[in-house]
Design a protein around this ligand. Structure first.
Ligand SMILES: Cc1cc2nc3c(=O)[nH]c(=O)nc-3n(C[C@H](O)[C@H](O)[C@H](O)COP(=O)(O)OP(=O)(O)OC[C@H]3O[C@@H](n4cnc5c(N)ncnc54)[C@H](O)[C@@H]3O)c2cc1C
Length: 437
């Protein structure tokens, strides 16, 4: 297993990456591939949070058009990853399918296809007969589907640990149980980080701290609007093959797993804690909240007071919130998961009665426009943020890592990162979430 909880931590390096999710790990990997010394600091374990808890879909389909160039790059990386990492990551380029239950669904698929046309993707609308053929069905229960054969799936539990091991082989020092508390700066320039196990001098820092990024930045005086929502998932024991493609049928989605079971969940069934950030960023998030209001559950909980206390800030010598919660591991919503399973059983009789092997939940972090933040932070030279993947960063992770490594080393990436700049939230830009498919 990669990732050592070393007694001795390096005292200096070139780049420190905060967070060993897929984004941080792949950034470290691509930096090291170009010969740059890197220390990757993780407060808990490699991929302990979102990056091991996701559905494993790797898709261009349905993305905000602003993200298409970056995800196209990511999908150039994925097919070669197993050879590059010398490990099984469960990659299958078996397509992604969204089923249409109504003419309105088909219209939204058509509208997305219009946006995607300039990129000449292989996405297309399937007729009801073609949809049935794909699913091995005959009853014409679907109006059609949006299908992208070149999209794929991978096994999150395999993928990111394999990435971390490969990064280590390239010389990256991976430190687990090692929270970064804050940055050290001199004259507006990054000179290092302070971790719970001591300081590490460096010339650049990438904050890829997932759901913790906003909090880390607020302590530095940098505002980054971000909220967390809980999403629940289940995996089944091996079951008959319906299709190799990942399928969304509106309120119930499934994808075949390499172990012969399925990962099953309901998209947009989110539980949302009313926490201080929800009040702080309420206006910024109103448009996106309205879009997913229908299936979301709002609640007050102990999280409000915990996050209120965390938000008061801390110094480099004080225990930080990152050390107090090593791994965000929320309780899954069994009612939503039972209902999703029953829905799928009705629509796909092969899945009726399938046995559940495990359930879990993850905290998804999102920005007001559901687009990531990837770029330099103004006012702190040498400091970069990559976060806000808003529920679709697993597919984007390898590409995001490649692009960030280019930004840091070459001053610009092969894809224009302007849409992902942090300043869009403060420079008067119109923040409009794309109606997420
Ligand atoms: C239920 C669910 C389903 C999803 N399904 C999909 C999907 O099918 N396809 C897809 O593309 N995406 C999906 N996603 C989204 C995807 O998982 C995330 O966008 C992606 O994993 C984000 O990666 P990350 O590296 O940015 O963050 P994370 O994986 O959250 O990693 C951040 C890491 O930073 C660490 N950290 C935080 N603060 C500090 C600190 N101060 N010091 C040290 N370490 C720190 C954390 O412990 C964590 O390990 C899903 C997410 C969930 C929860």
């Amino acid at each position: 297993m990669a990732a050592t909880t070393q007694e001795q931590i390096p005292r200096e390096t070139e780049v420190v990456v905060i967070g060993a999710g897929i984004a941080g790990t792949m950034t470290a990997y691509f930096l090291a591939k170009r010969g740059v010394p890197v220390v990757l600091c993780e407060k808990g374990r490699v991929a302990g949070e979102q990056s091991s808890r996701n559905w494993g879909w790797v898709r261009k389909q349905g993305r905000d058009p602003a993200e298409l160039p970056a995800i196209i790059e990511s999908l150039r990386v994925w097919p070669g990853l197993e050879a590059e990492l010398e490990a099984d990551v469960g990659w299958h380029q078996s397509g992604v399918t969204y089923l249409a239950q109504s003419d309105k669904d088909l219209e939204s698929f058509e509208s997305w296809l219009e946006h995607a046309r300039p990129y000449q993707l292989d996405s297309r609308i399937l007729s009801p007969a073609e949809t049935d053929e794909l699913l091995g069905q005959e009853q014409r229960q679907w109006k059609g589907a949006l299908f992208t054969p070149s999209d794929g799936r991978a096994e999150p539990a395999l993928a990111v640990p394999a990435m971390a091991r490969a990064a280590e082989r390239l010389g990256v020092t991976v430190l687990t149980d090692c929270a970064v508390r804050t940055l050290e700066t001199t004259g507006g320039r990054v000179t290092g980080v302070v971790t719970e196990r001591g300081a590490i001098a460096c010339r650049a820092v990438v904050c890829a701290a997932g759901a913790w990024t906003s909090l880390f930045n607020r302590n530095l005086g940098v505002d980054l609007p971000q909220l967390k929502v809980k999403a629940s998932v289940q995996r089944t024991k091996p079951a008959p093959l319906v299709t190799e493609t990942a399928v969304s049928s509106g309120d119930a989605a499934f994808r075949r797993r390499q172990d012969g079971g399925y990962t099953i969940a309901r998209s947009s069934a989110y539980a949302f804690d009313i926490v201080p950030d929800a009040l702080r960023y309420f206006r910024s998030f109103l448009p996106i909240l309205k879009m997913s209001w229908k299936d979301s559950k709002l609640r007050f909980s102990g999280a409000f007071f915990r996050e209120l206390a965390d938000g008061r800030g801390w110094g480099p010598d004080q225990v930080s919130p990152f050390e107090r919660t090593r791994v965000l591991d929320p309780e899954p919503d069994h009612q939503v998961l039972d209902d999703t399973l029953a829905t799928l059983g009705r629509r796909f009789p092969q899945l009726a009665g399938v046995e559940v092997a495990e359930r879990w939940a993850g905290m998804i972090e999102t920005t007001p426009d559901a687009l990531p933040v990837m770029g330099a932070v103004g006012g702190i030279e040498g400091y970069y943020v990559m976060t806000g993947f808003s529920g679709h960063g697993f597919g984007m992770g390898p590409g995001a890592g490649l692009l960030m490594s280019e930004l840091i080393l070459d001053g610009k990436a092969r894809v224009d990162l302007h849409p992902f700049r942090l300043e869009r939230f403060t420079d008067g830009s119109k923040i409009e979430p794309y109606s997420v498919l």
